[in-house]
Design a protein around this ligand. Structure first.
Ligand SMILES: Nc1ncnc2c1ncn2[C@@H]1O[C@H](COP(=O)(O)OP(=O)(O)OP(=O)(O)O)[C@@H](O)[C@H]1O
Length: 265
């Protein structure tokens, strides 16, 4: 397998002394779908910034694609969605924001336009493309930020809270776009309900910014004690069926839950 991200001893302390991530070792292989979960303040965003090369770790290092420790050298292969969509939307119109990545990469204009039109259609942005980004609602901004990261089709997506302010309809659209992404996906989220639909592997960040677990989605999401220890709780479907079925049979998603109920009724 090809390693796309390899972190060793990754530690980041902010200037005020807060250690946000602590001695993180992790390896992500090409094509993996990984969720990084943890309570508020556990260090997920800091880990994302460090893996994306947007904060310099105070110790340790990240190697990209087995080639380099310099994130800038592989910048166009990393799609980093920051937690705050306002960090992306800095052009005069939403269209320019979404076109920015493809333009930087030198994609032919026609191809870039087709890509922007298709993402805008998927994410309900077509009628908003000529608006200034600051005149969008919170959910619309989030959708525009997601579109601007997907627009340049990076090898690796590092997405902090991609479902943030988004309603159920567009949450499903974003989930499908992320699932269809032909590359590696790492999603950072405190909310476990969406995890089984996008990730097969889950990394759990403890409150002190260390990694408490790295296992399959099923193993992590059905481990109520582990999740309680780190300030999380299992997804809704798991909580409903816990104790009624073996962990190996507990439904992780709503469609799975419906199937179990259909079998039982
Ligand atoms: N700029 C900063 N200066 C000092 N401390 C910070 C800074 N940014 C974050 N922290 C602290 O670092 C720790 C980790 O924060 P981080 O934002 O990485 O957590 P998170 O898991 O992403 O949280 P959330 O789920 O709330 O987004 C927290 O204790 C936080 O208060």
């Amino acid at each position: 397998m090809d390693t796309v991200i390899d972190a060793r001893g990754l530690t980041h302390a902010y200037p005020d002394g807060t250690t946000a991530i602590s001695d993180v070792d992790l390896t992500i292989e090409r094509g993996e779908r990984v969720a990084v979960v943890g309570a508020n303040g556990s260090g997920k965003s800091t880990l994302q910034l460090a893996l994306g090369g947007l904060v310099a770790p105070t110790a340790g290092e990240v190697t990209y694609f087995g080639e380099t420790t310099d994130a800038e050298a592989v910048r166009e292969r990393l799609g980093v969605l920051l937690q705050d969509p306002n960090d992306y939307l800095f052009n005069t119109t939403v269209r320019e924001d979404i076109e920015y990545g493809p333009a930087q990469l030198g994609l032919p204009r026609e191809r870039a336009e087709r890509r922007v039109a298709s993402l805008a259609d998927e994410l309900g942005l077509t009628d908003l493309l000529d608006r200034p980004p600051f005149r969008l609602s919170g959910g619309e901004k989030q959708r525009a930020a997601v579109a601007s990261v997907l627009a340049f089709d990076p090898d690796v997506l590092l997405l902090d809270e991609p479902f943030g302010a988004v309603d159920a309809h567009y949450r499903a659209r974003i989930r499908d776009l992320v699932r269809d992404h032909d590359g590696t996906v790492v999603v950072f989220t405190p909310s476990l309900d969406a995890v089984p639909e996008i990730a097969e592997r889950v990394l759990v960040v403890d409150r002190d910014g260390s990694i408490a677990a790295d296992a399959s989605a099923r193993a992590v999401l059905t481990d109520g004690d582990l999740l309680a220890d780190v300030g999380l709780r299992p997804p809704t479907t798991v909580r409903v069926f816990a104790g009624l079925l073996d962990d190996s049979d507990v439904p992780l998603t709503v469609p799975e839950a419906r199937e179990r109920l259909r079998d039982a009724l």
